[in-house]
Design a protein around this ligand. Structure first.
Ligand SMILES: O=C(O)CCc1cccc(O)c1
Length: 536
């Protein structure tokens, strides 16, 4: 067996989270090796929901447009009472982060697209048919023992490893021996899919019928999915018999015998999170780190948030820009949010899959009674119940009076901006894989007064300076200049945001979270402080 440093990062598991992480690391210039036990992408859809934060993550990896080609965007979710009246609809109108908030995708197609994305990077390699046998770490790095498809064992060395190896993660269970805290819900569900969608129902429908709660949704390219709850005493495997499957569908389609059923599977809902997401040089992401019931379509999205949060931190540490201790912020920032999402999904599940007829009747009466109260309707319709990440960690600048703590740790909006060359583009595409100091209608780093060493430190840290101005400000045809790169607010959204928040600048991380924010005069001092805290 031979040992060589194979990569800066070793990813175990090439599911959607592992491959997204590899795409992001590839974008940041990090040599990455991703190993996967299976030879191919699994050919059946599991997760279906892709939200706006996930699309923003793909955008950062240069993959959003390719992914969206196979996505149904802006799909509502409706909830129905026991007697089939719609008592709530979720269809957010916001595109605050540049994308629709509720979208449905086909996981096998999405994964194939993400794998194609890896081919852009000579420094990223995917090895399939490879199983992890062991993983050890010391102060220098990690060493994996692997076995290939022929049973040949060898070693792989890397500086960091990330376990993206699913709910039954070897990295979490066998290597790190971490608890997977939470519960497995007692009810099993049968998931059935057919092609040639027989229904005209382009939304996700949650049917809260106590006699058998079920979910019905439309996936890309004419696939229709149903998920039926099973009752105690109903055997999952027996319910997959073709006659049983058609029996489940009989009252939901006109001609059940004409359906082309392409798959039927049994699954259980889990609500679990690993005790820690960072153990020295080994991290966990995706289902290896947490697992969420599907009710609010957040399982995969949570994993993609992990990838976005972790990728730049690994890159900055590996490139010697950021202190390695800052990697701990990955756990701090993700663990709390994941827990909040799981709790919300559990609450949805408990309310919507109520089997007690009296309680279900009370629920329906209650929701029907409040559904037309404008504030309630807006709260549900706009998905305001969704817990948005809000970080308090070492990787954001909290606790300095010159800094706006209430804005720090939240995701910044994304709008269209116009460059000096007149090109209209999404803000994130302009920020690229960097930190961005974005000022609004002022120069917060004027060359005449600001220590040139600060600009040098920012540059070395990987931070650019953009100066935002109102659209069509200045004289017609005269280029706008400043000590930063001047951009125009193409949609007037930055103007509204900065006006409402009352700050003159924000410091954006590569994952588009606000690391610091404040008034013009304070920017140089806060920037110095931030760099003192995080930079090497
Ligand atoms: O977000 C969506 O539209 C789907 C959410 C969902 C709910 C219940 C089951 C499931 O597989 C997905």
């Amino acid at each position: 067996m031979s040992t060589a440093v194979q990569a800066q990062v070793l990813i175990i598991g090439a599911g959607p989270v592992g491959v997204t992480l590899a795409n992001l690391l590839g974008t940041y210039g990090i040599s990455t090796l991703i190993i996967e036990r299976n030879l191919d992408v699994l050919d059946y859809p599991r997760a279906v929901g892709i939200d706006d934060e996930a699309l923003r993550t793909f955008q950062s990896a240069g993959m959003a447009d390719a992914i969206v080609r196979d996505v149904i965007q802006n799909v509502p979710m409706r909830m129905y009472t026991a007697d089939r009246r719609c008592f709530a609809e979720i269809q957010p109108t916001t595109r605050e982060f540049g994308w629709y908030r509720r979208n449905l995708f086909s996981q096998p197609l999405g994964e194939a697209t993400l794998r194609q994305g890896l081919q852009r990077f000579p420094h990223v390699e995917l090895r399939s048919g490879v199983e992890l046998l062991d993983l050890v770490q010391d102060e220098q790095g990690v060493l994996a023992t692997i076995s290939d498809a022929h049973g040949m064992q060898s070693y792989l060395a890397a500086q960091y490893a990330v376990g993206c190896d699913g709910g039954r993660s070897t990295v979490r269970e066998k290597i790190l021996k971490l608890p997977y805290e939470g519960k497995t819900h007692p009810a099993k569900w049968v998931v059935i899919e057919c092609d040639g969608d027989p229904l005209d129902a382009p939304y996700t429908a949650l049917h809260c019928e106590p006699q058998r709660p079920y979910v019905c949704l439309a996936l890309p390219y004419g696939v229709r999915r149903w998920e039926f709850m099973l009752f105690p005493g109903e055997d999952g495997e027996q319910m997959l018999a073709p006659a049983k499957v058609r029996e489940l569908l009989r009252e939901h389609v006109a001609d059940v015998d004409a359906l082309n059923i392409i798959r039927a599977r049994v699954y259980t809902h889990n609500s679990r999170v690993a005790g820690s997401l960072v153990c020295g040089r080994i991290c966990l992401a995706g289902d290896a780190a947490h697992i969420t019931p599907p009710w609010i379509g957040q399982g995969l999205n949570a994993g993609l948030r992990d990838a976005f949060n972790l990728a730049w931190k690994l890159a900055w540490v590996l490139q010697g820009r950021m202190k390695p201790a800052l990697l701990a912020s990955y756990h701090d920032e993700r663990h709390a949010h994941v827990k909040a999402m799981i709790d919300l999904a559990d609450l949805f599940g408990a309310v919507l899959s109520q089997k007690n007829r009296l309680l279900a009747w009370c629920r329906d009466k209650f929701f029907l009674a409040i559904k037309d109260i404008p504030r309630v309707r807006d709260y549900v319709l706009q998905m305001k119940f969704k817990p948005m990440p809000s970080f308090h960690s070492q990787a954001v600048m909290q606790g300095d009076p010159r800094n706006r703590d209430d804005l720090v740790g939240r995701m910044f909006l994304q709008s269209l901006v116009e460059t000096g060359e007149g090109e209209v583009m999404r803000l994130d595409d302009l920020c690229g894989s960097r930190f961005t100091l974005l000022s609004w209608r002022c120069d917060v780093l004027p060359a005449a007064t600001v220590d040139p060493d600060l600009r040098r430190r920012m540059q070395a840290f990987g931070c650019d300076y953009l100066q935002g101005v109102r659209s069509r400000s200045g004289a017609r045809g005269v280029p706008l200049t400043g000590s930063g790169t001047v951009i125009q607010d193409h949609e007037n959204k930055l103007n509204a945001w900065f006006k409402e928040k009352g700050v003159d600048w924000v410091l954006l991380r590569p994952d588009r979270f606000i690391a610091a924010a404040g008034r013009a005069d304070d920017a140089p001092a806060v920037m110095q402080l931030f760099l003192d805290r995080v930079a090497c």
